[in-house]
Design a protein around this ligand. Structure first.
Ligand SMILES: [Zn+2]
Ligand SMILES: [Zn+2]
Length: 202
């Protein structure tokens, strides 16, 4: 059986993964982005992003929205103040209000349009999670790595297949991790320490 990592990479990746720190990304006011539409053929939900995205990657966790048959989702972050819903906002609902990343989902087609963090003490506060395959626009950053690879087991993959999946991810020129990439983990660590400092935990 042919395995689908994700439609965006199954035929190979053309661009080389970019390396850019998330702090640099936040501070450098990146160039404008584009629009993302849900899968509804009539009256789709449309969101507009007026910034470049960062840390575009494949995610194997069971929470991120995946296309039919794919083992991974494709997910990136954008600043929350650069994202707005421009069409059919009434079709959106929050999948789980108690989740730390609240997924705003189209009630009709089930597409996750964006994930938002409302807890100001959370390390990802200020960033929204989006699936760039929902955009027809050019200029988004290439997929940079595959995170939470072993988590695909939670969605039904046999653990014995993980080595094959890692090898496939590697053959695409992407590094497979069982958490975030080291760069993203560094960002989380530095942000957590700053937030703790701000909140006078020390
Ligand atoms: Zn829809
Ligand atoms: Zn995920």
């Amino acid at each position: 059986m042919k395995m689908s990592i994700h439609p965006a990479v199954d035929a190979g990746i053309k661009t080389s993964p970019a390396t850019r720190s998330l702090w640099g990304y936040i501070n450098n006011k990146p160039k404008p982005g584009g629009t993302l539409s849900c899968k509804c053929s009539k009256n789709p939900v449309v969101i507009k992003i007026t910034s470049q995205a960062a840390h575009n990657h494949l995610c194997g966790c069971s929470q991120c929205w995946k296309p039919e048959g794919a083992l991974f989702s494709q997910v990136a972050v954008v600043p929350r103040d650069k994202l707005s819903v421009t069409k059919n906002a009434s079709k959106l609902e929050i999948l789980d209000e108690n989740a730390s990343i609240q997924r705003h989902v189209c009630k009709e087609c089930g597409t996750h349009m964006y994930g938002r963090v409302e807890d100001e003490s959370h390390h990802f506060y200020g960033l929204d999670f989006v699936h760039l395959e929902l955009s027809q626009d050019d200029g988004w950053p290439p997929i940079q790595f595959a995170g939470f690879v072993s988590s695909i087991v939670e969605s039904g993959t046999n653990p014995s297949e993980l080595d094959e999946v890692r090898a496939r991810v590697h053959s695409l020129g992407l590094e497979p991790y069982d958490s975030f990439s080291p760069q993203l983990n560094d960002f989380i660590a530095s942000r957590s320490s700053k937030l703790n400092y701000k909140n006078k935990v020390y």
